[in-house]
Design a protein around this ligand. Structure first.
Ligand code: IMP
Length: 457
């Protein structure tokens, strides 16, 4: 008889997800982990959700900066294999541009292998156009990045998605039908698909164009993507069976942007939690088997870009100071980010539904000696303490309850190399956050340089 057994975790496996509202600095942590794992064996870096709505910038020693939106971190690590997984929404032309930028800055020998799952979804200019036109009709969706993410995911539920294999094997009829359907939908909303302006990777706008140009472009993009497109299933299964192989899952966006758990309706359309790994890998990898399941959070504040209204929004001089010191402007849209006080009620909820077993804190150097660190520890509606709920209307009614902790000298934090070198106020802060979230804090970053990272375990 088969009896239930407890799941063992597998060494050298990491799931890294945004624990708040995105832009927490996951990329840098993933990059570091991939470098470390690649010293001792093969490593797979897997991204399973979102598309060109994400963004992180890599700076090269020569000062050159490359912004990535679809490729995960670790792409410059020799010995790593980077996978763009099944539940991502891929914009082919933008991806090819990212690949060109990589080729321009590195030799093949200095970078990872890249594999694109042929089952990954496409998010095209048709989706971007539809999203732009639909905005005039929707009550939600106002904060989106305009990268056509939600229409691309909606296509799956409507059972007519285009996948990478449809352009690589060039299914002209299917692509034609796709264009015609979006042309009809957009016409129904009073506009002409060919002339709708959509954003490009560089942030400029261009017209979608006629059906003939759209199809021709996809045909050539499909041809160009052939060299990285694969049926990933069996290969992934083999890597997971190889105990020497390290795995780093880099989730895009963050749990506070998840379509079920984030502040609805200004949410993205993908599963931003670790559970998405199970469906993207078709059950090969159960996220509960990952040894480290970490949520990354900014240590002393939160940032958010979009239309959502955070209960702990910060205004005035301190918010401006943080925005300036921590460069809080969107990597994809360049929008100034909202700054908010740390909200432990929401963050605890996100840690639970995100499937996390630990927390990593970035930006420990954002602390001002003249300002106590204000932290939300409870919500009230009237006199009653209430929980977080994933709903903007509900959250508009809650009143945050704050405590204040002592700040620390950011210079001392920036110089610290070990936990015990941190100022005592910073140590007290870490203990407080860990106890409130009921999770260990395993890593902190103390400044922008790669070596300004301290493991706490
Ligand atoms: P969408 O993903 O473009 O549909 O945007 C939905 C919401 O998620 C908007 O408020 C975006 O600003 C936000 N969002 C999407 N991706 C990111 C990200 O990578 N960082 C921060 N916010 C994001």
């Amino acid at each position: 008889m088969v009896t239930p057994s407890s799941l063992n975790t597998r060494p050298k496996t990491f799931g890294i997800c945004g624990g708040a509202f995105g832009d927490e600095g996951k990329g840098r942590i993933v990059d570091m982990l991939v470098h470390e794992l690649a010293q001792v064996g093969p490593v797979v870096v897997y991204r399973d959700n979102g598309g060109a709505n994400a963004g992180h910038t890599v700076e090269f020693p020569n000062g050159q900066r490359v912004a990535f939106h679809q490729l995960p971190s670790g792409v410059f690590v020799k010995g790593a294999t980077v996978v763009l997984g099944k539940e991502m929404v891929i914009h082919p032309a933008d991806l090819l541009e990212e690949l060109r930028q990589i080729e321009a800055v590195t030799a093949t020998t200095e970078r990872s292998k890249i594999k694109l799952d042929e089952m990954a979804l496409l998010s095209l200019d048709t989706h971007r156009a539809f999203e732009a036109v639909l905005k005039d009709w929707q009550s939600g969706g106002k904060g989106s990045t305009g990268r056509g993410i939600s229409p691309a995911y909606a296509d799956v539920l409507l059972r007519h998605p285009l996948r990478v294999r449809d352009i690589v094997n060039f299914n002209q009829e299917k692509i034609k039908k796709h264009y015609d359907m979006y042309a009809a939908l957009i016409q129904g909303l009073g506009q002409d698909l060919a002339t709708v302006l959509v954003p490009t990777l560089a942030g400029e706008s261009k017209k979608v164009g006629t059906r003939a140009t759209f199809i021709k472009r996809l045909q050539s993009d499909g041809e160009a993507l052939k060299k990285i497109t694969v049926d990933i299933h069996d290969w992934l299964d083999q890597q997971w069976s190889n105990e020497n192989c390290g795995f780093v899952f880099e989730k895009a966006q963050a749990v506070g942007l998840d379509y079920r758990w984030g502040i609805y309706p200004d949410v993205t359309a993908s599963d931003t939690t670790l559970s998405g790994i199970f469906s993207a890998t078709e059950g090969i990898i159960n996220p509960a088997e990952l040894e480290v399941r970490a949520g990354v959070i900014k240590a002393t504040y939160m940032s958010s870009v979009g239309a959502r209204q955070l209960p702990t929004i910060m205004t005035g001089e301190l918010a401006d100071r943080i925005r300036k010191d921590a460069h809080e402007y969107g990597a994809t849209t360049k929008r100034p980010r909202d700054i908010a006080y740390l909200d432990l009620v929401a963050l605890k909820f996100y840690a639970k539904v995100g499937g996390l077993n630990s927390i990593m804190l970035t930006h420990m150097d954002i602390s001002y000696m003249d300002k106590p660190i204000k932290i939300c520890v409870d919500y009230k509606i009237g006199k009653k303490s209430v929980d977080y709920r994933p709903d903007q209307d509900y959250l508009n009614r809650v009143k945050p309850v704050y405590v204040e902790l002592k700040p620390w000298d950011p210079m001392l934090v920036a110089r610290a190399k070990k936990a015990k070198e941190l100022p005592k106020e910073a140590q007290a802060f870490l203990t407080f956050i860990s106890e409130k979230l009921e999770l260990p804090i395993t890593l902190i970053t103390t400044g922008p340089q790669r070596d300004q990272t301290i493991w706490l375990v």
